[in-house]
Design a binder for this molecule. Structure first.
Ligand SMILES: Cc1cc2nc3c(=O)[nH]c(=O)nc-3n(C[C@H](O)[C@H](O)[C@H](O)COP(=O)(O)OP(=O)(O)OC[C@H]3O[C@@H](n4cnc5c(N)ncnc54)[C@H](O)[C@@H]3O)c2cc1C
Length: 418
């Protein structure tokens, strides 16, 4: 296995094509704020335009079949696109979009007609999707949905939705559509009483309220890719007698849990294969560790602190090793499908490791760099605020499953759980 991050000849040629295209198509005035809270609506709209342009070329979702609007490219080229975007401080897609979860869900569970109708807007960058799973009483216990989507008695081809979601979405409301998990039966047993929809967000009776949170996103989004994809702002969404036509139901009336499992498999870390099984891992450069090393070597005050204190040197080494292990996990995950193998624990293991690394990182950063990592005072910021953003993001371990939830998923994959 090749453990280097170097391109092969074909990738080098493709990388040049990608760089030339990005040079022409990424607006010169597009800024990359460290903090997502500093991204204006205008800047966000620029990213939406970039999504559409990438989508037209098939580069927004390079691995997905071209018949549905994807790029139909292999893993090698997909990795190049991700890496070249990251080198420009951008993510793929260059904004927060749960289309990354909706697209593989549709591919796995939608009818052919739905795939043809619902996939192209996502894959071509025309629709922004929010994932609406979490409720006040349904977080880790995702199956405990209280938002009802009950078939209308009068108009059987409609579902009537009532309830509310929390901790969902990203910049800026409203999105174009929701991937919406609901309860479809009040009588059926648990796990057989759920329905999933990919429904327009503009339906009458939907209300969206911002919910400002302390974190920017998760450590992975902030350090390995770009804060573009980090959901700093979340929302509550309320449904009052919302009528959803059954053409937006994914799977059968009571198949919601099966469909959710398809989404969660990707969300719990099985991203490296992007459901296409080609091993298209984006092997990230850990910008956080790189910048931290940079500070320790080149900032005289920090360098002296480390020289005087071997415990801080130890922290730095731990941070460095953590970054390396994380990178190697991604390489392993990418290599497995190429070798015709699959390890169900691999994705959640990487996700769990990244979360715990992020949490540990918050302590390493404060100890090594000092309390200025805890303030966003412009006068004191190091690396334009990267470390301060990482302090908040590292603490955010709930999205995509808490560490406890991931441990349960891993133990099931190891066949030692239910
Ligand atoms: C920044 C952010 C972004 C988010 N984005 C989205 C989004 O876009 N869409 C969406 O639908 N949701 C989103 N969420 C919600 C997220 O998925 C939930 O926060 C997460 O599933 C945990 O649920 P909870 O917060 O209700 O915590 P709880 O489920 O109440 O858990 C509380 C604690 O109890 C532990 N616990 C719970 N059950 C068990 C168990 N069986 N065994 C052991 N320990 C257990 C948990 O690990 C945790 O430590 C987001 C959350 C945040 C903070």
């Amino acid at each position: 296995m090749n453990f280097s991050n170097e391109y092969n000849q074909e990738q080098k040629e493709f990388a040049k094509e990608v760089r030339d295209w990005l040079e022409k198509n990424v607006p010169k005035n597009l800024i990359r704020p460290r903090s997502i809270f500093k991204m204006s609506r205008e800047q966000w709209e620029m990213r939406r335009d970039l999504c559409r342009k990438l989508g037209q070329k098939g580069w927004l979702y390079p691995l997905y079949p071209s018949e549905y609007g994807g790029g139909g490219l292999g893993g090698d080229k997909s990795a190049v696109l991700n890496i070249e975007m990251a080198e420009m401080g951008l993510s793929l897609p260059p904004l927060y979009d749960s289309g990354k979860l909706a697209a593989p869900t549709l591919l796995a569970c939608a009818t052919e007609d739905q795939k043809k109708r619902l996939l192209p807007p996502i894959l071509k960058g025309e629709a922004v999707t929010w994932q609406l799973f979490t409720e006040p009483e349904a977080g880790t216990d995702e199956a405990n949905q209280q938002t009802n989507a009950l078939r209308s008695v009068k108009e059987k081809e409609y579902f009537i939705v009532n309830g509310n979601k929390i901790f969902v979405g990203g910049l800026y409301a409203p999105p174009d559509q929701f991937l919406l998990l609901t309860r479809s039966s009040l009588e059926a047993p648990r796990h057989q009483n759920l329905a999933m929809f990919l429904a327009p967000a503009s339906l009458a009776g939907v209300q969206i309220f911002p919910l400002d949170l302390f974190p920017e996103g998760t450590i992975g989004q902030v350090c390995y890719q770009s804060s573009d994809s980090a959901p700093g702002v979340k929302h509550s969404v309320f449904f009052e007698d919302v009528k959803i036509p059954e053409s937006y139901l994914i799977g059968g009336d009571n198949d919601g849990w099966k469909v959710t499992t398809a989404t969660l498999t990707v969300e719990h870390g099985d991203r490296d294969t992007d459901r296409a099984g080609t091993g298209a891992a984006f092997i990230p450069r850990n910008h956080l560790v790189e910048k931290l090393l940079d500070q320790c070597k080149n900032n005289p005050a920090i360098k002296n602190r480390l020289l005087e204190n071997p415990l801080l040197q130890g922290d730095l080494v731990e941070a460095f090793i953590g970054g390396e292990i994380e990178r190697l996990f991604h390489m392993r995950n990418a290599g497995l499908p190429r070798a015709g193998k699959r390890a169900a624990y691999a994705g959640p293991q990487t996700a769990l490791f990244t979360k715990m690394l992020g949490l540990n990182m918050t302590a390493y950063l404060t100890r090594i760099l000092g309390p200025q990592t805890l303030t966003n005072d412009d006068q004191l910021l190091l690396e334009e605020g990267l470390f301060e953003v990482c302090e908040r993001s590292g603490l955010c371990i709930a999205p995509g499953g808490t560490p406890e939830a991931l441990k349960i998923v891993i133990s099931r994959a190891l066949r030692i759980g239910r």
